[in-house]
Design a protein around this ligand. Structure first.
Ligand code: PEP
Ligand code: MG
Length: 898
């Protein structure tokens, strides 16, 4: 089998469909080359080789690869007109990783392979730029030692030995910038670097280009199992056996003088989705300089440059002089680039994120990929492409990552409430959103406070975990395409980058802006849509949902087969859910209503009562409160079905366990403290989740069910009187036997009839059950004979199928996932293999008895896209989820139906 796939010169062995084998980058390079985009020639070593490498080890795999790689390098030499390992006319190569999905900054890159003490002279001669050659060489040694020879500093406290040498030299020479080094300085650096490597590793820096190449290739394979890659794989759920490909490619240089440049561009705006070509570039720089954010780059288009100048408050004259766009200073190059960006977007039919380099007036495209984007941009770009006729309705829907819709639904800053004087500084609006938090300066401290803003001079891939935890990211350097910006947009995290006025002092854990000092722990706010950095906390307001959002939702409704309901316990939640498109309530947890205000007093009175009479007296107090709640919810839902679940939790949850609080309760209820403490002891359970809860309560204290049924029926009758339709569906929790369901059903029906008789009026209602105990799924055919509907309570079903306590599993689930014993948290993502069987069986058996049985799900999984797809396959009638997940479920249900 082929392990190496070549590309370049408008040809390629592979193509864009071969992502799994060639990785995203490799497949794209092959595809681009084949459609006539000028990519530097090279080859891709497949992801399968990564797996071979992990299984068989380095020696064996290098042996397998030798002939193919040698032949591929010959091919590159021919195309570039240079020679690998040559002293006069050296070919230089880059080595990059590339998994099937983009993992920004996760894997390692080595540039300038092939340089050694002789080749550096050749390169200097060939380019006529001795300084550039030696600078490339010292960068190469630094990078290679870090990535391949294990000399990268492990934490922020470690000193980077190379940077230390650089700083010392700068001090000695009284200079500030790398660019001020002379050739002699750079030669000294090379000498010192090699010396450090030798001392630290006991090895010589390899001068043989082949040894360099193999070292870099195997380092890429090794990095697949590095800590950062493992973390990224974990948070995204990517399996280890995907592996990474290795891309080896001829180097082209953007730092060969003022006719050279390098940049990153997007075919559309990755933040807002607006259809404008945009990006950033640096004249006379290496590719890494743009994303690393060391120098703040300039805008590619004139429009972008003007918009930037407006935000940065730079005058038009200064802009033209100091920050001109590529469009203005290299118009031909810009035109050519603009042509390629159009070709590439049309070819891939999606927004592209491209990297390019101009080497002495020749434009090379280094890579293209579907650009990471915010939730808002995801929606707008898909809808726009659909309207442009580029993609179909179903493709637009399939372009949604349902979970990202969440970003659109959360509050934004109420900009009207922001005082001008509270704006500390202005950065670039790198990733939209509103974030308020306490400042921290180190990624590994992002969890130090509940809400944090991570402030960094610039970020690096090591910071990923911290970026994920922080509420917002602020960087002093770096543009819209900096690492921080790209990662933040991918995560939908608010980010303001390139705020040059912010002077960060890591050592003293503070930052300063125009004399104002902010310490670690101070509250600041970031507006990722405007780039404002604001002092203190800023109030938020509800977001305005865009027209495109509405269009995507309408499309989702057109294609989906399942209904989407919500889990809501209050009229407010019900209303929110309706604005998000909920078609009814799938679960109202009535116990939540008992916790509020003085209701808990009546509830405690009921629990502490020693006689049925005492309980009934307390329940009479609760009745009007419950009835009022139900009326309000029915009203908010305006005739849509509302599933009300009878009381579920164990009673001990309602009474305090601290002595002081018990005394208070005793005082309130005019009973003795001893009565309270003895009741607490009596209610104590070793295993409350499997204890006296659900219908077991309603069957032992039927008066509770009577009160709740009365409240529901009376509420519906009251509304009927006012001309509002109510459709109550009464749901019995935690049923495991037919008889316990029948007993609850009898109580509900008898109560309802009594109310009807008293009121001389009737309404329609139904009685169903939750399927949340494995036994209920097993005997679903028998239960269905008596139940009007089923609703899978997959929270309890998961708990009882795995035997994992919902309340305690947090202690080990994280460890299980880290160790790979579980691929995900089964309480978050439905375990289709195991628990799912019970859902399938429950639905099938129930419908075997009653073909039209209405079946839904109301566990947390009802709003999780993979689980929604599972429910669709099992022909459930509806999913029910929390209000903010309703749009996610609508789209996920549509995707499942496509
Ligand atoms: C369930 O068990 O899935 C459910 C919805 O009920 P609760 O979470 O209230 O136990
Ligand atoms: Mg439950």
């Amino acid at each position: 089998k082929a392990r190496v796939f070549k590309f370049g010169n408008k040809q390629a062995d592979g193509n864009g469909t071969m992502r799994n084998l060639l990785g995203g980058k490799g497949a794209n390079l092959a595809e681009m080359s084949a459609i006539g985009i000028p990519v530097p020639p090279g080859f891709t070593i497949t992801t399968e080789v990564c797996t071979e490498y992990n299984d068989l080890g380095k020696e064996t795999v290098v042996g397998y690869l030798k002939d193919e790689v040698t032949e591929a390098v010959r091919e590159i030499e021919m195309q570039m007109g240079t020679k690998w390992g040559d002293t006069n006319n050296p070919l230089l190569l880059s080595v990059r990783s590339g998994a099937r999905v983009s993992m920004p900054g996760m894997m390692d890159t080595v540039l300038n392979l092939g340089l050694n003490d002789e080749a550096v002279i050749g390169l200097a001669k060939k380019t006529g730029n001795e300084r550039f050659a030696w600078d490339s060489y010292r960068r190469f040694i630094q990078m290679y030692a870090g990535v391949v020879m294990g000399m990268k500093p492990e934490s922020k406290d470690d000193v980077d030995p190379f940077e230390e040498v650089i700083d010392n030299l700068k001090e000695k020479r009284h200079i500030e910038l790398d660019t001020q080094f002379t050739v002699q300085d750079l030669q000294d650096l090379v000498f010192d670097f090699k010396d450090i490597i030798n001392k630290r590793t006991g090895r010589q820096f390899p001068t043989d280009p082949w040894e360099q190449l193999w070292g870099a290739v195997t380092a890429v394979f090794d990095s697949w199992n590095g800590a950062r890659a493992l973390y990224y794989r974990k948070i995204h759920g990517y399996p280890a056996d995907w592996g990474t490909a290795v891309n080896v490619q001829a180097m082209v240089f953007g730092n060969m003088g003022n006719d050279s440049a390098t940049g990153v561009c997007f075919t559309r705006d990755a933040g807002s989705g607006e259809n404008v070509f945009n990006g950033e570039y640096l004249i006379n720089a290496q590719g890494e300089d743009v994303v690393a954010g060391v120098r703040t780059p300039q805008q590619i288009t004139k429009l972008g440059s003007q918009r930037w100048a407006e935000l940065a408050q730079v005058s038009e004259a200064d802009r033209k002089k100091e920050y001109p766009s590529l469009e203005e200073i290299m118009p031909e190059m810009y035109q050519e680039l603009d042509g390629y960006q159009k070709t590439l977007e049309a070819h891939y039919r999606d927004m592209q994120d491209m990297e390019f380099t101009i080497q002495k007036g020749k434009l090379w495209i280094l890579q293209t990929r579907n650009g990471k984007r915010t939730g808002a941009a995801m929606v707008k770009i898909a809808v726009d492409l659909m309207k442009e006729g580029v993609i179909s309705e179903t493709e637009a829907l399939m372009r949604m990552e349902p979970n990202k819709l969440d970003e659109l639904l959360h509050p934004v800053f109420d900009t009207k409430t922001i005082n001008q004087e509270d704006i500390i500084a202005q950065g670039l609006p790198a990733s939209p959103g509103a974030a308020t938090g306490q400042v921290v300066f180190f990624a590994d401290e992002a969890g130090k406070y509940k809400n944090t803003i991570l402030a960094r001079i610039e970020t690096s891939p090591e910071d990923l975990e911290g970026i994920n935890i922080a509420k917002g990211i602020l960087t002093a350097r770096g543009g819209m395409t900096s690492h921080a910006a790209v990662v933040a947009r991918g995560l939908g995290k608010c980010c303001v980058s390139g705020a040059g006025a912010v002077k960060i002092d890591y050592k003293n854990r503070k930052f300063e802006v125009d004399g104002r000092v902010f310490q670690e722990g101070d509250w600041i706010s970031l507006n990722g849509s405007t780039g404002n950095i604001i002092d203190g906390k800023v109030p938020t307001k509800e977001p305005e949902l865009s027209g495109e959002f509405g269009e995507i939702m309408a499309l989702a409704d057109k294609y989906r087969k399942m209904q989407v309901r919500t889990n809501a316990d209050t009229p407010k939640d019900s209303k929110v859910a309706r604005t998000f498109g909920a078609e009814g309530i799938g679960l109202t947890r009535t116990e939540h209503m008992f916790f509020e205000g003085d209701r808990i007093v009546a509830m405690r009175e009921m629990i502490l009562a020693s006689t049925e009479k005492g309980r009934k007296k307390a329940l009479t107090k609760l009745l009007p409160m419950q009835r009022g709640d139900f009326e309000a919810i029915f009203e908010a839902m305006e005739g849509l079905p509302v599933t009300i679940r009878l009381l579920d939790p164990p009673l001990h949850e309602f009474i305090p366990h601290q002595l002081a609080a018990q005394k208070e309760v005793a005082d309130q209820l005019h009973i003795s403290v001893a009565a309270v403490t003895s009741k607490v002891a009596e209610l104590h359970e070793f295993n409350p989740m499997m204890g006296h809860r659900g219908c077991r309560l309603g069957n032992t204290y039927p008066e509770i069910t009577e009160m709740q049924a009365t409240a529901i029926i009376e509420a519906a009758l009251n509304l009927k009187k006012r001309g509002v339709k109510a459709r109550p569906e009464i749901m019995v929790p935690l049923v495991g036997t037919v008889s316990e369901f029948l007993e609850q059903k009898r109580i509900i029906q008898e109560t309802a009839e009594q109310v009807f008789a008293k009121r001389k009026d009737r309404i329609d209602y139904s009685i169903g059950t939750m399927i949340e105990i494995p036994r209920a799924a097993l005997i679903a055919d028998k239960i269905a004979a008596h139940a009007d509907f089923f609703s899978f309570g997959t929270n309890d079903l998961t708990q009882m199928t795995y035997g994992y306590s919902r309340d305690d599993a947090g202690k080990f689930l994280g460890i299980y996932q880290n160790k790979g014993l579980l691929t995900s948290d089964p309480f978050e993502i439905l375990d289709q293999e195991g628990v799912g069987q019970l859902v399938t069986m429950g639905a099938e058996r129930g419908r075997a008895t009653k073909p039209n049985l209405k079946v839904g799900i109301c566990g947390e999984h009802g709003g999780e896209p993979n689980s929604v797809a599972f429910c669709h396959r099992n022909k459930l009638n509806y999913v029910s989820c929390s209000p903010f997940r309703v749009p996610i479920a609508r789209v996920a249900a549509a995707q499942a139906a496509i």
